[in-house]
Design a protein around this ligand. Structure first.
Ligand code: CAA
Length: 395
């Protein structure tokens, strides 16, 4: 066995599973249909430490490794992906980005509140005309001496309506291309921050996705993350880790659908026996189990590489592209196994099928992941060998 989970990791997994099954499951269908943000549940997740799992205890976090975080993401995503995307953005984009690249003052001011869930964070990169092509930022952060003047529009912002802090990626010097981009910490209570309408989505419907407008927002210079011009690389580094979180979400969605399909196929009888005694269904279950197992190894491996401070850019992209395809494929199969019951909202599988789609899109589409993977292979003179034993996988 490649991965042996330690006692702490197993305890985190069990705690997340209990919380998801006992607290999140009830009401999840209604929240989804009403697009109702799970305010109380997110508050509880903050109190239980799920919103700042990898942040050091000095800043109120759990000081845990990425594998523990992935295990918790997986269990929560089996049940409620509006909660797990909020968790993923807050943990791996916002908190990790601030702790790794922020100044001591920025961490003192923002990180503890974000790690404990007192505040929720959002990561604001996507724009109406700059999605996959992230260097084409239209939002501007003009250098005014002691502050930046921020103007522009961001869209598809997770936690858009509920966040207190945004990490905003904006262009300061167009001439310099990606080297002219900065990452700024913006408090949503500041003048000029306007939250647009909530998106009415196919899946993760109770998560809080908004367009955000910045109209002449004054951002103090001390709120820039890193050196002048570091913003694009900041976004890339943060997203590389974020993709492990989304891969774990996809894994959880597939696992949740699988568990429901297996349970249903045990109970449901046709032609005088449980439907999983028919080969047509048994083979679907075998395929689901096999591919989920493969996705799990890829997701845990990406987390392992991050924990070992090895290059995980390709591993996280591979994990996301594979796990999100597994989630999509097998939630469709789970609905099929449920027959007509799979098609109604009373059963959870149709929701998981709708939720699966976004994992192939956000934090970089599957097409973007293939760009990242192929560039890593070429950058290493075609020497990226995924079959190397873990400890030799230094790239
Ligand atoms: N780490 C460090 N630096 C990196 C990097 C990484 N992982 N990836 C790229 N860079 C650097 C490059 O080395 C280069 O720097 P130099 O010129 O100094 O060498 C610079 O960044 C520009 O890189 P590229 O030339 O590769 O840039 P590109 O324009 O070709 O774009 C891309 C690369 C991978 C396609 C990138 O634009 C990308 O990732 N796009 C997708 C954006 C994305 O994921 N959006 C998701 C939105 S956030 C979200 O969904 C959150 C949510 O709310 C759920």
């Amino acid at each position: 066995m490649v991965f042996e989970l330690n006692e702490e990791q197993l305890a985190v997994q069990a705690a997340a599973r209990d919380f998801a099954q006992q607290e999140l499951k009830q009401g999840v269908i209604e929240r989804d249909s009403k697009m109702q943000f799970p305010t109380e549940h997110i508050k509880a997740m903050g109190e239980l430490g799920f919103l700042g799992m990898m942040v050091s205890p000095e800043y109120g976090g759990g000081g845990m490794d990425t594998i523990s975080y992935v295990l918790a993401m997986e269990e929560i995503s089996k049940v409620d992906n509006s909660c797990s995307v909020c968790m993923s953005v807050n943990n791996s984009l916002v908190c990790w980005g601030l702790e790794t690249f922020g100044s001591a003052d920025q961490k003192d001011k923002y990180l503890t509140k974000l790690a404990t869930g007192e505040w929720i964070g959002a990561f604001c990169l996507s724009e109406p005309e700059a999605g996959s092509d992230a260097t084409s930022q239209r939002t501007t952060a003009i250098d005014m001496g002691d502050h930046y003047l921020l103007n522009g529009t961001k869209n598809w912002i997770t936690n858009g309506g509920t966040s207190s802090v945004h990490l905003v990626i904006a262009q300061t010097d167009k001439e310099k291309g990606h080297r002219g981009i900065n990452a700024l910490i913006v408090e949503t209570s500041w003048d000029g921050v306007v939250v647009g309408a909530k998106e009415d989505k196919l899946g993760i419907r109770s998560s809080d996705t908004h367009t955000i407008m910045y109209n002449d927002v004054k951002v103090p210079k001390e709120n820039r993350i890193g050196e002048d011009g570091f913003g694009f690389k900041f976004a890339m580094k943060v997203l590389s880790g974020g993709r492990i979180g989304i891969a774990a979400q996809a894994l959880g969605i597939a696992g949740g659908a699988y568990e429901l399909a297996v349970a249903y196929s045990n109970e449901r009888k046709a032609f005088g026996k449980p439907i999983n005694q028919h080969q047509a269904i048994a083979f679907k279950i075998a395929d689901m189990a096999t591919e989920i197992e493969a996705a799990k190894l890829m997701v845990y491996r990406a987390a392992y590489l991050k924990d070992k401070h090895l290059n995980y850019d390709a591993a996280s992209a591979m994990a996301k592209v594979f796990a999100s395809d597994v989630a999509m494929r097998h939630t469709v199969e789970a609905v099929q196994i449920h027959g007509g019951y799979g098609f109604v909202k009373e059963y959870h599988v149709e929701r998981l099928m709708r939720d699966a789609k976004i994992t192939q899109i956000y934090e970089g589409t599957s097409e973007i992941q293939r760009i990242v993977i192929s560039r890593e292979i070429l950058r290493n003179n075609n020497l990226y060998l995924p079959t190397l034993p873990l400890d030799m996988a230094k790239v």
